[in-house]
Ligand binder design. Structure first.
Ligand code: FMN
Length: 472
């Protein structure tokens, strides 16, 4: 095997390959060398570590070696008594074992398989098959497979199992569900290990502890700067203000010149602070935790500062400017003539209501003809038509100069208890000619475009010649 033989903390081991860590544990009558063929066959995909285990080796021997190698969690495969060790580690330290492979388990195994929470593959042949099948049934995420006859086939089986997608969920759906949680937006920066500043946009920021002062962010393993962040002595978290949407877009890109295009200065602990941020925290590295397809960077706050700028928000894949929304709603609600309306969807179709007098199809709205509309009046009006509306985000706020009406439109979902006079229109073929005015057409045109990409902006301003001006 081409791997290096090294000793750390009194344990010799062979290490070979790069990628996800895989610890191979040999059986009682074997040595690390006995697994060399298997390790070799797995090296193209994995960083394989094969410790030479003394007869008194236990799970702490393996755990300590993982600590010394900076491996917080690994795939672990064991053969014979090594399988017993692997199962013991998965049961006692579940956070250290991502996936488990039990090869020809020693009959002396005492760890109950029911305590193994990670995905586990039990391999056995001949007489040992029954015991392995029983263990695979007891392990909540266990499965049995016949033990292949040679190391090449075993490596292929193992490689396939270890590379399988863990989740039974559709990744996009899961991401969308996570996106329902409204967050702020940060730029996480580090001075780096090579003196080159690095940074990326992140909304996974969480405050963790006041005493000691700790925070965390998660960085994806596919991020170009992941390696640098995982090794850096610290990092800074810049909480963006609502004027910094462009900076967020810049730092969420792969552009190599992010720092040339942004205005920044070094923080007290040395990490880059982005000018104009609502707050910043300059941190020392506290802990780095392996977590699925991300790593968690926990920082010890060494210095921080904040301003009273409004923070930038993010939800459902779009930016939210709370201050802007609030200012727009305040402006509109201080007017005596306020129209409150909604762009509502029912099963992917637009809800329109016919206006008996003009023959137009209008958006549900209240407050026309000089009255002062409100969201609760809109709810009541819709309820009378058998429509149960959930109003979501603000979509547009503008003034109609001719009537000096302030118009506020929300977007939302509608449940229809009765079809009544409601007209449902497909977004592909909206009845443009029957819409009452250019403002409605312009708003719905923008809505149709933004819903295609699932990103909505808030518009505010004057209604002039049928266009709604963006101040986003
Ligand atoms: C609003 C927003 C939030 C994001 N949050 C995260 C995050 O928490 N963690 C992460 O790894 N990437 C996050 N990203 C994606 C990264 O910013 C993006 O992958 C970036 O390209 C990484 O930079 P790098 O590849 O140069 O390291 C986010 C992007 C946006 C737009």
């Amino acid at each position: 095997m081409t791997g290096q033989v090294r000793t750390l903390g009194g344990t010799s081991f062979i290490e070979t390959g790069e990628g996800e860590p895989l610890v191979l544990l040999h059986g009682k009558t074997e040595s690390a060398g006995s697994l060399s063929h298997l390790a070799e066959a797995l090296t193209p995909k994995f960083r394989v570590v094969v410790p030479d285990l003394a007869s008194d080796a236990d799970i702490h021997t393996v755990r300590r070696l993982m600590d010394d190698l900076g491996i917080s969690a690994a795939n672990v495969a064991g053969r014979g008594s090594g399988a017993a060790l692997a199962m013991g580690l998965a049961t006692a330290k579940p956070q250290r074992v991502k996936r488990l492979v039990v090869i020809a388990a020693d009959p002396s195994i005492t760890s109950p398989a029911s305590g193994i929470l990670c995905p586990a593959l039990f391999l056995a042949a001949g007489d040992e098959e029954d015991a392995a099948t029983a263990m695979s049934s007891a392990a909540p995420r266990g499965r049995f497979s016949a033990l292949p006859e040679n190391d090449e086939s075993l490596a292929t089986l193992l490689g396939g199992f270890l590379a399988e997608r863990l989740s039974v969920f559709d990744a996009r759906e899961l991401r969308s569900a996570f996106g329902s949680f409204m967050t702020g937006v940060t730029i996480v920066t580090t001075a780096g290990v090579d003196g080159q500043p690095r940074g990326f946009t992140a909304n996974s920021f969480t405050s963790v502890s006041i005493e000691p002062p700790l925070l965390l962010i998660c960085i994806g393993k596919s991020a170009a700067s992941m390696e640098v962040f995982s090794r850096a002595r610290g990092f800074a978290v810049n909480i963006l203000s609502e004027q910094q949407k462009d900076t967020s877009v810049l730092f969420s890109s792969k552009r190599p010149d992010k720092f040339e295009s942004a205005s920044w200065r070094p923080g007290p602990y040395g990490n880059p602070l982005i000018d104009g941020s609502a707050a910043w925290f300059d941190c020392a590295r506290y802990q780095v935790i392996d977590a699925g397809d991300h790593i968690i960077l926990m920082g010890h706050i060494e210095a921080f500062s904040y301003t009273d700028s409004n923070p930038l928000g993010y939800a459902r894949g779009g930016y939210i400017t709370l201050g802007l929304e609030q200012a727009a709603v305040n402006a509109a609600s201080s007017s005596s003539r306020t129209v409150v309306g909604a762009i509502l969807e029912n099963e992917g179709r637009l809800v329109l209501l016919p206006d008996g007098r003009s023959g137009h199809l209008t958006l549900p709205e209240v407050g026309r003809s000089g009255a002062h509309g409100s969201a609760s009046q809109l709810h009541d009006m819709l309820a009378r038509d058998g429509i149960d509306a959930t109003l979501g985000f603000l979509f547009a706020v503008f003034e109609t100069p001719a009537t000096r009406e302030q118009c506020i439109y929300y977007r939302g979902e509608a449940l229809l208890h009765a079809r009544g006079r409601t007209v449902l229109a497909d977004f592909d073929s909206l009845p443009w000619d029957r819409l009452p005015d250019e403002a409605t057409r312009s708003m719905l045109k923008r809505y149709s475009e933004e819903r295609k990409i699932g990103r909505f902006k808030v518009y505010s301003g004057d209604h002039r010649q049928g266009t709604v001006k963006s101040v986003d």
